[in-house]
Design a protein around this ligand. Structure first.
Ligand code: EMZ
Length: 386
């Protein structure tokens, strides 16, 4: 097996039952595993809600480490739509040419930094740095601020010892509270200031609502982007022919990004809370119980994807759910896609071959299932194009 492979642990359960079981902090989760069921459930926000107690739709549940409602993520229609409409244009800025140029300059500089090294660790020295620097563009704040976020490590709620680290979460909350105060005293062109000046249904956003958008922006795009970047580098180290294709046919890069997002599925699953007695996959579910939409499993469903366990770098039909589905599709998707496109193009331009040395897999423990999501560490060398 290739070191860069991400095996599919859900196949058996998906074929046999379509469901999986997870006991998450005594608040069990019925995992929905088939592509069709995942999409159907995601669409039905009335029976499967996101607007539950803050933190409860996340798996593992964050109810014990978070009170702030993440917006628009933890709202449902119709309220969801009003917030989403307000926030969405800002999160589409990554599609503007000036944004892409700045992102390209950042990523080029970073590749130039590491390309000289005999070996470097991708997560700490590359992916975390890349994600943090790119976030300064999304927030429209000074580049130097990235240093603070780099010092927080790869996940804002998770540390080495625990999946739900309250002390770590408080660092983020206090930081955001502080930044909101700064923006109130000294409004600028940054996301905090823009949100503070915005209205939904004729009412100014409250500080708590602004905090809700900011927590989502920091938390949702952190380990997900870091894993996508790291997994892409691991894959390319074992598939130099793909780098070669990006050089010769740069027009396939968009498809390659979608295929990587499908295959890596950086976010394994997202929960919903059941609002009334119902059924999923012929299984009775009680009101107030939890289900999850397992994007990672749906993305390997052989009834939808031919050769689901292979990266087909220019896959034509690719209805993946790596960025979620329906109303709650990923707000940061434009930013994430742009990062991945620029990354692949920059590597193709500057790197001849990637050598992979030692690595340790990061396995997400989902009781019944063990899912590799990326690495704890991975050492590589970029051999430059001469
Ligand atoms: C939440 C989530 C959003 C959650 C779309 O995903 O990402 C997770 O990484 C965070 O822990 O709070 O933001």
């Amino acid at each position: 097996m290739e070191k860069s492979a991400l095996p599919d642990p859900f196949e058996n359960a998906r074929l046999k039952k379509g469901l999986g079981d997870l006991n998450d902090q005594n608040d069990p989760v019925k995992m929905i595993l088939r592509h069709k069921d995942v999409r159907k459930t995601a669409h039905n926000y009335k029976t499967f809600q996101s607007e539950a107690k803050p933190g409860r739709i996340v798996v593992p549940s964050e109810v014990n480490i978070r009170e702030t409602r993440q917006i628009p993520f933890e709202l449902d229609p119709p309220v969801h739509g009003a917030y989403r409409a307000l926030i969405e244009p800002w999160f589409k800025r990554p599609l503007q040419p000036e944004y892409t140029e700045k992102l390209s300059a950042q990523i080029s500089a970073l590749v130039d930094e590491v390309v000289q090294k005999d070996s470097f660790e991708v997560i700490e020295e590359f992916a975390l740095v890349l994600q943090s620097r790119a976030l300064t563009l999304l927030l429209n704040i000074p580049y130097e601020e990235a240093e603070t976020w780099i010092s927080w490590g790869t996940h804002v709620f998770r540390s080495e010892d625990t999946a739900l680290d309250a002390d770590k979460a408080n660092i983020l909350y206090d930081y955001i509270d502080g930044q909101i105060e700064v923006a109130m005293e000294n409004p600028g062109e940054d996301l905090y200031s823009v949100l503070l000046a915005s209205e939904v249904a004729g009412k100014r956003l409250t500080k708590e609502e602004v905090k809700g958008v900011m927590v989502l922006t920091f938390a949702g795009g952190r380990d997900t982007i870091i894993n996508a970047v790291t997994n892409a580098i691991a894959y390319l180290s074992e598939h130099p022919e793909s780098l070669e294709r990006f050089r010769k046919e740069p027009e396939i890069i968009g498809k390659a990004v979608e295929e990587m997002i499908r295959y890596f599925s950086p976010l394994t699953q997202m929960g919903r809370v059941v609002t009334e007695d119902t059924q999923v996959c012929e299984h009775a579910m009680k009101a107030d119980s939890r289900v999850s939409l397992c994007w990672a499993s749906a993305n390997r469903d052989a009834s939808v994807f031919e050769k689901p366990n292979e990266i087909i770098i220019d896959r034509k039909m690719n209805p993946h759910v790596g960025f979620g589905f329906s109303h709650h599709n990923c707000l940061g998707a434009s930013h994430a896609r742009q990062i991945m496109k620029v990354l692949l193009a920059t590597l193709a331009e500057k790197v001849d071959r990637i050598e992979l040395f030692e690595c340790k897999e990061n396995i997400e423990d989902l009781a019944e299932f063990q899912r590799k999501v990326g690495y704890d560490y991975i050492h590589v060398k970029f051999n430059p194009i001469q």
